[in-house]
Ligand binder design. Structure first.
Ligand code: NAP
Length: 295
């Protein structure tokens, strides 16, 4: 069997068209323009690329966008003061602080300062708790994108054995939690693996749906999956550079070998990645609607 490719880039483009229409309608009917601010501290090249992409997509969709590029030596006090100001700005519905922050800054305190109503990344404890009890305002972007890829590729989630590799707060834990909920697009039986899991292959071989977010190139090999599995590869690993200096990326799954056994699989790049920004835009629109009382 050669797997069907789950092309995140195509799914994301489709959702963006839907969003663009919705945003135009929001403006025409309610005079509401969703606003997103991105805050970048320091000059990490990968973060600059991510922030640039978020700004570009916002503009393409008709979302009002602001961007703050702060110097590496920004203090905790200065950053918190900026977030406080943005919390009070009615033009801004979503605040995104690009992670990771420089080491001298306290990431937890920064994220907890963001008003939960403007926390379009869904990382504030209030939003984490709401997701846990099945009443989310905002679902974190990467896990939300994974769920959409499963739904829109026609994958049966209800009753499926889902195995998640990785337990980070931004991918592993939230996707496990989302697919466990008693609702449409979920209702799965979920197992979460990590570095202390005794026999990971035992679990991965049972998976109907395997979601891998370990950050380890080709950690999942063909002998670790069963025939007909649906694989979502979240990993983004740089394994070298082309002669022109472009990054060569691979996922956490040995794509060429696993695709011969899988029913469907996401490529890297072009799988989960394009969905993450799209879900951020969706959360920003939701934030604007919630603020206007029309959600
Ligand atoms: P993270 O915070 O480093 O967490 C990695 C998790 O994987 C940890 O829970 C770790 O276990 C587990 N793990 C690592 N190696 C393992 C192994 N060999 N066997 C079993 N478990 C293992 O990473 P993250 O932020 O979740 O990101 C994971 C990957 O996804 C990265 O490559 C990242 O770049 C990518 N990512 C992509 C997107 C996107 O939009 N495409 C978004 C976010 C992340 P312990 O907890 O025991 O250490």
């Amino acid at each position: 069997m050669t797997a069907q490719l789950i092309k995140g880039a195509e799914v994301a483009a489709h959702i963006r068209e839907e969003l663009k229409k919705g945003i135009a309608e929001l403006k025409a009917k309610h005079n509401v323009v969703p606003g997103l601010v991105t805050v970048l501290v320091g000059a990490d090249p990968a973060s600059q690329v991510y922030v640039g992409a978020k700004e570009k997509t916002s503009k393409e969709l008709g979302i009002y966008s602001e961007r703050y590029d702060l110097p590496e030596q920004t203090t905790q006090k200065e950053l918190i003061a900026l977030i406080d100001k943005l919390n009070k700005n009615p033009k801004i519905h979503g605040i995104l602080v690009q992670l990771p922050l420089p080491k001298h800054l306290n990431e937890g305190e920064v994220l907890y300062t963001i008003d939960p109503k403007k926390d379009v990344d869904g990382f504030h404890p209030v939003n984490v708790g709401k997701l846990m009890i099945g009443e989310p305002d905002y679902v974190p972007c990467t896990p939300a994108g994974i769920q959409q890829l499963l739904i829109r590729s026609g994958t049966k989630i209800e009753g499926a054995e889902v195995v998640v590799v990785g337990r980070s707060n931004i991918v592993g834990k939230p996707i496990a939690n989302i697919l466990l909920q008693k609702r449409d697009g979920a209702n799965a039986t979920v197992t979460v693996c990590h570095t202390r899991t005794r026999d990971m292959a035992f679990h991965t071989r049972r998976a109907d749906i395997l979601i891998v977010a370990a950050g380890k190139p080709k950690a999942i090999t063909a002998d670790m999956v069963k025939e007909g599995v649906v694989v979502i590869d979240v990993g983004v690993n740089e394994i070298g550079k082309t002669a022109e200096g472009k990054r060569i990326l691979c996922g956490d799954v040995d794509f060429d070998a696993v695709k011969e056994k899988a029913k469907a699989i996401t490529p890297v790049p072009g799988g989960v990645g394009p969905m993450t920004i799209t879900m951020l835009m969706m959360n920003t629109v939701r934030a604007a609607k919630l603020a206007a009382g029309i959600a």
